[in-house]
Design a protein. Structure first.
Lengths: 439, 858
């Protein structure tokens, strides 16, 4: 996927080494590009506590969507009383079409392996896993090679760096649906158990893999760690939003001229973000955060691209995808399609997810065929909120998003479908009257 | 003596052991520190590591759950056990959330109820199953039809009659006069033809009457309660009044029945002809069961003429039940109606039903107007009384007649029928004597509220039928003139019915109840008896001093609610056509008042009953889903007034109705029956089978909406590592997994090989093995089974009364725990001593055999 130019003055924390070394090549090339230098100096000179402090000062937060402070997780895992701890890098990237993590894993595998090593060192974990979707063959190959090369060089493994550090990293290929990207499910999958979520708390940092404290971080989070260790916490904290410092990768798709991936600081407005990709003139909405993300109307584009600000608008960072929706699209139809996808991806453990999402889809499907029942609009909202209310996992919590944000920001279009049986965009063919696109 | 000394105690070693215990042993340390948690405003002590649900259960707070298995850690799939915790935005799932010191928990809030209700609605929207069989469902009195048919197949006709009498006291009478709405919905119809349900209970009832003639008393459905000393006056001895009297007598009250006519029976005696219902052999014999119970009968005593409501209450009756029926024939409302020769059909029948010739009827040309049972009786009786020409005229189509199934018999006997015609005037001569009736043809318009098409007159199609007599049978209303005399507070509705509540049967006056036709208008006998029984329960509850509003909700639940759906296609059944009752030839019977249908032989009766598919849910009474559906009001939409229709209602008809799954029943395994359509994917069987039993036969298969807990590739349990322990069936909260009959008399345990692993203790679904303080000694050869496995294996169907009993036990526990089971999902005050279906106490699907079962699955 095409890498777009970052805004001026933004340090390339994640993409800095993209293309600077052959990811299939020798360790020497990667080291020339800067890999492992931070590890070699910090791991021998700093205590685990100092590493956590540095990350804490840098303000690094999870890039997996929720934006939880990484150092907090590490600290909790390090403090928990246990005979063993684990670190898991989540590279499952389950959203359809999302290629952010994949691009990162394929272009700079060493940054991820080095970040995992730091996390393991900081939390006192001797075992770490990098979990990758089984069909990402290139990423798997390169990560496996990076782990092997680092082990051969003595950077990780038993008695790494000659400093008595034991860190064993394993790259695991996981198969399964979208829900495997959810952290408790991911852990079950690594344990070879049924891929279904558990309630949190207890969080994995207290009870994770095989009931041991486990740090689960997104690969992008971990890939930022070596940069922080090399350039200092202040440099990182100075980038982007004060509460959510650092950069993240965003992928543009849909009605934009320049689809691709870009590294941007967190805290930009969605509008500025979108300008990088040159959106089409007839922009109707922006779907932020993948299939379970939320629709933002043009009027809400000044929302900052941070987990907090987006969640307040019913969207989320999620997989880091930003999909521009053109005026020719019917949002009810699109939300229905997304809901069907999410419903089919449900693991089937809980009732609201297994049946509820399906019913949401069915309500949407009725509306797009002009057959909405009188109570359907109300039921859609009630059911959506009830599904969220006690959601077991992130997928379930976010799954009603497309409908809920759609009804929040595009009430008129939904009303046209549910109350009048018309589709303003003229997309839903079965409805009685298709009206021309206005403006 | 050994030469290794014990290691000195160190704190570190102790801590290491503790940690080992914590991380490796599923058991919780008993020494875990305790703390205080507030649940629903009460303070409770919890141990570290306990979940919120465990603390609630330890302290008797019933948090609903469908997926929680006490032997395993919380699973968190069903989302029923959500609770509110102060300071948390979204309610956590209590079965898998550890309690924390100082937590403030609410288990019943409006929001939680809303979430649980939504959740249950979602489950029901994909619950492709049924609770009751359609016949029982459609019976106005909800008789346990599969139950008495099963007793019939065993030749146990007294038991069959007893099951019948639990809901209607008169199997023989109903076996003759019931229109049998049950048969219209029988699932056997899917195979070839509906079961002859009515003829089957008629046979059973007749056997009881035969025994009665030989001095063997008729069975009483429930244990007769000790005398309460309360006195009830029942006014009217028709089906409603006598049915009410019957159940009131069983409940221990003194009952006096007042009848205005010289003999009891009401419409049964004066409205239904002898040839359909022999008065002495059947009606009086069957009514004897009421007098046998101690009922007093006062005849020739009419309400409003001989006594008033005031009089009765002044005489010290604690309750008065008005069941006087409908005796005022509606007027035609056409000119000439008062002509000489226009007769009230009921007046005619009063004399004619007894076989007495009605004056001047022989040789006359008679026109009968109407399409109900009364018109049919008038027609056929007129034929028998030698009328020259009998013409039945009905304004709708034949198939819309309430008495449609009797028409062909009338035609065979020589009557003539004209449909889609309504009278416009009665033609009379100058002496005001009838010479004919002018009719107008009707066209069938749009369907009305009853689902039948509304007849609309077609202009210019008038025709006249010449006749000498006109019998009017176009419906009846109650006589309510007594309301003005000594009945203050009792009122009529604007439809000219007695105003009484549909559930409590209370009128505007305290202690006065109204039931039967007088309340609902002329209806069928079976509806009247159902009314009578329900009113008896309401009056009983009233006499026990219960709150009427409360009775209202309890009573509603006492009735099995019509909840079922999709008919399972029965394609593999052997075709066995229905045994029809033979009738006497038409030319013989049209001159005779003898009962014209020839009853079954015993072989025929048994063979006919054997055709029943017994299509009822075996888990009824044990089903947690049903129970919670009732508590949260998700299945009982039929309770709402506007929903009380006679249409099919389904389990999965609610806000979220959509596509649902229809899985194939798997009875390939010898011991365990799988009905995946009833599965709610709680995962209990999968978890228990894997974690407790160790066989791992089941798991969640497929994803998304199509997820189902089943065997790999849906294969037969025979090809899984199933050990046939039945643990899965025991834990199943619904009827998706059920034990099949199995006979076990003795297990051999080879003690020399036992490693005391305890798995048998964990896995045994019936707690036959227990872990004692010295487990080594606590298992043994069981030459004599301690529990009646045979009885469990007999797998008696649970019956209406026993499952009401189970649900009532559950409800009373919930109430004593201070839980809110409103809106009124409580249970009826039924006569105590309900003893299952009477064979033994061990009815049910084998989930467990006695009252203590209810604790197994919360």
């Amino acid at each position: 996927m095409k890498l777009l130019a970052s805004p001026k003055g933004v340090p390339q924390i994640l993409t800095g080494r993209f293309g600077k070394y052959d990811a299939d090549g020798a360790l020497g090339d990667a080291e020339k590009a800067g890999a492992w230098s931070a590890w070699k100096t910090s791991a021998t000179s700093m205590s685990p506590g100092a590493v956590i402090r540095t990350i804490s000062e840098a303000g690094l937060r999870g890039r997996g969507g929720a934006g939880f402070p990484a150092a907090e997780k590490w600290r909790a895992a390090a403090a928990a009383d246990a005979d063993r701890r684990y670190v898991v890098a989540n590279g499952f990237e389950a959203d359809p079409g999302a290629m952010v993590d994949r691009t990162l894993m394929e272009n700079d595998p060493h940054a991820i392996v080095e970040g995992v090593a730091f996390a393991a060192f900081a939390t006192g974990a001797s075992h770490a896993y990098i979990a990758v979707r089984a069909n990402l063959a290139t990423a798997l190959r390169r990560l496996t090679a990076a782990v092997r090369l680092a082990e051969e060089a003595g950077y990780i493994g038993s008695d790494a760096l000659g400093a008595g550090i034991d860190i064993h990293i394993e790259v695991v290929a996981l198969q399964g649906g979208m829900v495997v990207g959810e952290e408790t499910v991911l852990l079950h999958a690594i344990e070879n158990k049924r891929a279904q979520p558990d309630q949190r708390p207890p969080y994995p940092s207290r009870r994770g893999l095989w009931d041991r404290p486990t740090v689960v971080n997104n690969v992008a989070t971990l890939a930022s760690v070596p940069w922080i260790m090399a350039n200092g916490a202040e440099a990182f904290a100075a980038v982007g939003d004060p509460k959510y410092p650092g950069t993240t990768l965003v992928q543009f798709a849909g009605a934009v001229k320049g689809a691709g991936i870009v590294e941007v600081p967190l805290g930009m407005s969605v509008r500025k973000l979108l300008d990088i990709a040159t959106p089409g003139t007839k922009l109707k909405a922006v779907l932020v955060g993948g299939p379970a993300g939320g629709f933002l109307p043009p009027a809400e584009l000044d929302t900052l691209y941070t987990p907090e600000a987006l969640v307040a608008k019913g969207a989320m960072c999620g997989s880091g995808t930003v999909l521009a929706v053109g005026a020719e699209t019917c949002l009810v139809e699109m939300a229905t399609t997304l809901e069907r996808f999410l419903s089919d991806e449900a693991c089937g453990k809980t009732i609201p997810c297994r049946i509820g999402l399906r019913r949401l889809y069915e309500i949407g499907a009725r509306a797009t065929t002009g057959l909405a029942a009188p109570d359907d609009a109300k039921n859609l909202v009630d059911l959506g909120n009830d599904v969220r209310a006690s959601a077991l996992c992130g997928l379930e919590y976010c799954a009603p998003n497309p409908f809920l944000t759609g009804m929040r920001f595009f009430a008129d279009e939904f009303d046209q479908h549910f109350s009048h049986g018309t589709c303003p965009a003229g997309v839903c063919e079965s409805v009685r009257v298709a009206q021309p696109v206005t403006a | 003596m050994t030469d290794t000394l014990p290691q000195p105690y160190t704190e570190a070693a102790d801590a290491a052991v503790e940690r080992l215990l914590e991380t490796q042993s599923p058991q919780r340390r008993l020494s875990a520190p305790t703390f205080t948690v507030e649940v629903d405003g009460k303070q409770f002590t919890g141990r570290e590591g306990q979940t919120i649900l465990e603390i609630c259960r330890d302290n008797g707070i019933d948090v609903p759950t469908l997926c929680y298995e006490p032997k395993l850690p919380g699973f968190g799939a069903c989302r029923m056990c959500v609770v509110d915790v102060d300071g948390e935005e979204n309610p956590p799932i209590s079965c898998s959330r550890a309690a924390e010191p100082g937590m403030v928990v609410q288990t019943q809030t409006p929001r939680l109820r809303e979430i649980r209700k939504t959740n249950l609605e979602l489950i029901f929207s994909d619950h492709n199953a049924y609770c009751l069989p359609p016949c029982q469902n459609k019976c106005p009195s909800h008789i346990d039809i599969p139950g008495f048919l099963k007793a019939n197949t065993e030749g146990n006709f007294a038991e069959s009659a007893r099951i019948f009498k639990r809901t209607i006291p008169f199997p023989s009478v109903l076996g003759r006069v019931c229109p049998a709405p049950c048969e219209e919905h029988c699932r056997r119809d899917e195979v070839e033809e509906a079961i002859a349900i009515r003829d089957s209970h008629r046979y059973a009832g007749d056997q009881v009457l035969k025994d009665q003639a030989n001095g063997i008393k008729a069975p009483v459905p429930f244990e007769v309660q000790p005398k309460t000393g309360k006195r009830v006056a029942v006014i009217g001895s028709g089906p409603a009044g006598m049915s009410a009297a019957y159940y009131l007598l069983i409940a221990g009250h003194d009952v006096t029945v007042y009848e205005r006519d010289p003999a009891p029976g009401g419409m049964l005696r004066y409205g239904i002809p002898q040839y359909r219902l022999p008065k002495v052999e059947i009606l009086e014999a069957e009514y004897q069961s009421v007098t046998d119970l101690g009922g007093q009968m006062v005849v020739n005593s009419e309400l409003g003429r001989d006594f008033t409501i005031d009089d009765l209450q002044n005489q010290g009756f604690d309750a008065v039940c008005v069941a006087i029926g409908c005796y005022e024939t509606n007027k035609l409302g056409v000119p000439g109606e008062d002509a000489d020769g226009v007769l009230d059909g009921l007046e005619y029948l009063r004399i004619a039903t007894l076989g007495l010739p009605y004056p001047g009827h022989e040789g006359k040309r008679v026109v009968v107007i109407g399409g109900g049972f009364t018109s049919m009786d008038c027609t056929r009786t007129s034929v028998r009384q030698g009328a020259k020409e009998v013409t039945l005229v009905y304004r709708r189509d034949m198939k819309d007649m309430p008495a449609a199934n009797e028409v062909h018999e009338a035609l065979e006997e020589g009557a003539r029928a004209i449909f889609q015609a309504a009278p416009t005037r009665v033609v009379a001569d100058k002496n005001n004597k009838v010479t004919g009736v002018e009719f107008q043809r009707m066209a069938m318009g749009a369907p009305d509220a009853s689902g039948r098409r509304r007849p609309e007159p077609v202009a210019g199609t008038e025709f006249i039928i010449d006749c000498d007599r006109v019998l009017l049978a176009i419906g009846q209303g109650p006589q309510l003139d007594w309301l003005s005399r000594g009945a203050d507070g009792v009122t009529a509705t604007k439809n000219r019915r007695l105003a009484a509540d549909a559930v409590t049967f209370g009128t505007g006056r305290r202690g006065v109840f109204g039931t039967g036709d007088v309340r609902v208008g002329a209806a069928t006998v079976v509806q009247a008896t159902a009314e009578g029984r329900r009113s008896a329960y309401a009056i009983d509850a009233y006499l026990k001093g219960l709150d009427l509003d409360e009775i209202k909700t309890r009573q509603t639940l006492a009735e099995p609610q019509p909840e079922f759906l999709n008919i399972v296609p029965y394609t593999g059944e052997l075709k066995e056509p229905r045994f029809r009752l033979k009738a006497m030839p038409a030319e013989v019977r049209n001159k005779s008042y003898i009962e014209y249908e020839i009853p079954y032989t015993q072989q025929e009766a048994m063979a006919e009953s054997k055709r029943c598919l017994q299509c009822t849910c075996e888990a009824i009474g044990y089903c947690d889903l049903r129970r919670q559906g009732i508590e949260y009001g998700t299945t009982l939409k039929t309770l709402e007034p506007e929903r009380t229709g006679f249409s099919f209602r389904s389990v999965n008809d609610n806000r979220f109705t959509g596509t649902n799954h229809d899985y194939i029943r798997d009875d390939s395994h010898a011991f365990i029956l799988r009905e995946p359509s009833r599965c709610i994917d709680c995962g209990r069987c999968a978890n228990v089978c894997k974690e407790v039993v160790g066989a791992a036969c089941y798991d969640f298969m497929r994803t998304g909406f199509d997820t189902l807990v089943t065997t790999p590739l849906d294969m037969s349990l025979n090809t899984t590592p199933c050990v046939s322990c039945g643990r899965c069936a025991e834990t199943c909260p619904t009827g998706a997994l059920m034990p099949k009959p199995r006979v076990l008399e003795k297990y051999e345990v080879d003690e020399s090989r036992c490693i005391l692993c305890g798995i048998c203790v964990d896995a045994c679904p019936y707690d036959a093995l227990r872990c004692g303080p010295d487990f080594e000694l606590s298992h043994e050869n069981r030459a004599d089974p301690q529990i009646d496995l045979l009885a469990i294996s007999a797998m008696e169907r649970d019956t209406e009364m026993t499952w009401i009993q189970h649900e009532r036990d559950w409800a009373s526990r919930a109430v004593s725990a201070g839980r809110q089971i409103n809106p009124g999902r409580m249970l009826p005050m039924l006569p105590a001593g309900v003893s299952g279906n009477g064979k033994n106490g061990q009815s049910g699907n084998g989930h467990s055999g006695n009252g203590s079962h209810a604790d197994h699955s919360h």
